[in-house]
Structures are given as C-alpha cells and as structure tokens.
Design a protein around this ligand. Sequence first.
Ligand code: SF4
Length: 425
Amino acid sequence: MDMTTRRRLLEGIRRAHQADAAYTAAGRARTRAAKATAVHVRSTRDPQLQGAFAELKAEQAVHAGLVRREQEAGAKVRRTFTAARAANRALAALYTPYALGRGTGGGSRSGVVAALLGELAETPRELILAADKILVSTSAGKDSLVCGHRVVTLAAEAGCLDKVVMVHADLGEESEWPGVRELAQRQAERWGVEFIVVKADRGLLGLVEKRGMWPDAARRLCTATLKRDQIAPLFKRITDALGLDEQALILSALGIRAAESPARARKLPLSIDMRASTGQRMVLTWHPILELSEADVWQQIADAALEYHPVYDALIPRLSCVFCVLAGRDVLVRAVRLCWALGLDLPARYVALEEHIGHRFREKLSVTEIVAEAARIEAEEGPLVWARGDALRRHVGEEAAADYLRRLALVLTAQCGGKRDGRGQ
Ligand code: SF4
C-alpha cells in the first residue's frame, strides 16, 4: 500500500472516530435533557403548585423549554448518527480493496487501525519522509535524550533534519532541577535542530497553591497543565506556518518506554492523536524507543556520548519535578538531601506550602515527614556525595564511563567552539 493510500485511510479513520465521538456526546446530551424534563415533571405535580395559578403557568413555560431542548437533542442524535454511519461506510469502502479477508466488510476499525499503524511504525524512514514536521517533546531526561538521538539520526539519514523541532515544556525553577532547560537547548543545538520552549504561567507550586491540593496518580492535572496543554497549541502554529493546501502530517515523538509501567506497556509504537488532529493536520504520536530497557538507554547514552543531567549521578532516577507526586519515598528523601547539597531552598518552600493549604503531599506521606527522614539520614551519613559519571559507572562500568566522559568533553568543547564561530545555532 503506498503512502498516499495510507494517508487517505488514516484520514478516513480520524473522520469516523470523530463522527462516532460526536454521536456519543449527542446521546449523552439527550439523556441529560430527558432526565431534566422528568425531574421537572415530578416537581410540577406538587399539590401546592396545582392551586397557585401564576406559579403553575411559569412552570409550564419552563417545561415547554425543557421539552424543546430534549427535542433538539434528539434531532442532533439523529444527525450525528447519520454522519457517523456515512463516515464509517466511507472508511469501509476505502479499506475494503486492501483488506486481507476481502468480501468480509474489511474488518473492525480497531483492526484496520492496528494493521495500518503497525505497518507504518515498522518503516520509520518512510514515515519520516512522508511527514511535514517532526516534533520531539523533550524533558531533557535520559529517555528524551535517546528518543531525540534516534529521531535525529533517522531524519539525518533520510535527509530531513530540517523537519525536526525539539519542544521543551519548562516547568520553572520552583518545580525542577537547575539547568534542565539549558541542557535541553544544548542537546538540540548539538543536533542542529530548531528548539522551542513552552511554559505554563505557574509551575507545580503555583498550581498546587491555586487548587489547594496536591495532584495524585488518579488526578494528574500537573502533567496536563504544565506539559500537554502548553504543547497542544503548537500543532496549530506548525500547521499554519507550513501553509499547505493539503492536510499536513505531523509526527509527535515521545520518549516513553514500555518497561516503565503497565500503562506504558499498553501503548502502541504509533497512534493517531485524535485530540490534536483535524482536517488540516494529521498528528501521529510516535514512541520510537518504546521497546528499550533502561540498560539499553544508558548504553546508547554511553555509545553516542550524549550529555545527561548530573542528578542521575546522585541516584535520582528520573529528571522530573524535584518532588514528583508519583516518586517513591526513597527518591523523595534523596531529592531533599540533593537540594541541601546544591543549596536549594525547595524543601522548606514545599513544607510551607503543605502547611498553608492543609493538604498532605500524599495521603500517607507528608513533605514534613520526607524532610524529617532526610535530616535523620543526613545526621547518620553526612551530606550526599556523588561524582560526574556515577550513573554510567553503575550501568556500563568504570572503563566505559571514563571513555564516555573523555568523548563528551571533546563534544562539548567542539560545540562551544562552534557557537563562538557562529555555527550550530
Ligand atoms: S514530574 Fe510528577 S509532579 Fe511533575 S508534572 Fe510530572 S507527574 Fe506531575
């Protein structure tokens, strides 16, 4: 199947999905309208109301309005049903000539999507050649680093490096470790690709203060507010800048790995971002390093002499918020000790905020308890000590780490020289 046909099918899938979603939403709206009418009918049966003529008249007017709303909702259900049926029939007609079991109606939509996207994910070069823009979201952490490296390498091999743009969601000094944004920028500069920073009005502390509560795994508003919602408008900006007459194809690469969690293990290498896709743009979410283990990631960092953030050397496993609501107790305690070692006042600010809003960081763990445990360990063991390269020493061994540090120093010196001479910017 050629790329033009695949793109037409992807658009057929998007339309069918959005038409189905509109039909489902219309059905819910009709149910709500019917319930409101039923509740109102019961309230008008009140005997006192029956005796009061003026009130009864007013309630009858309200009732007429509710019935009208219900009828309009019913009409919308019928319209969206017709649109969804048409979109699904159009998709079936498009797909049937290519379906394996011809004459069977082309298979279920999820089957079609899986087959189509699975095939595309296995041919990343074709995908990159077909894309109009490739957006790589980077936290500057180790997985983003290896993801960026893979995308940039593939794009350079395909002669499409100019399509790549790195996007960093800056969480602010009050949320994350020092130097994160600068590191993300250096990584993009090293690869010679465009670098964009997006930032929410307030970081994690500001968000928590406004809501009066900490996020948790079930209500992870922090990721949505601080990252996803900031990056989302970029898709429109990119589409407008491309100014194409036809639908743009945007790849949105994310450095997540299946081994990180059961939820991530269920992700597919490629999927349609239905929220970001429109008639003007097809946005495909791409997970280029989904199959890598943590050991693979460190090996690739060592092999390519990629610059990673020094907090990994101090046994912090993820370059996320300093006090991530999802982090384990040991990591949080260590983060407090690392803040002290770096002279950061974040632990005291988090404790003050927790007291101020009266809501515990986690149901069974307060920031005050984390800080107290850090102080106890510090009293027994003394301040935290680490050295550059420790993370690699643990993962690839002493010799490979020493070699990495030597090659990285050369890369950074060359990068610095390039900047001074006006190259690599
Ligand atoms: S790193 Fe943790 S606290 Fe920060 S935005 Fe992500 S989930 Fe929320």
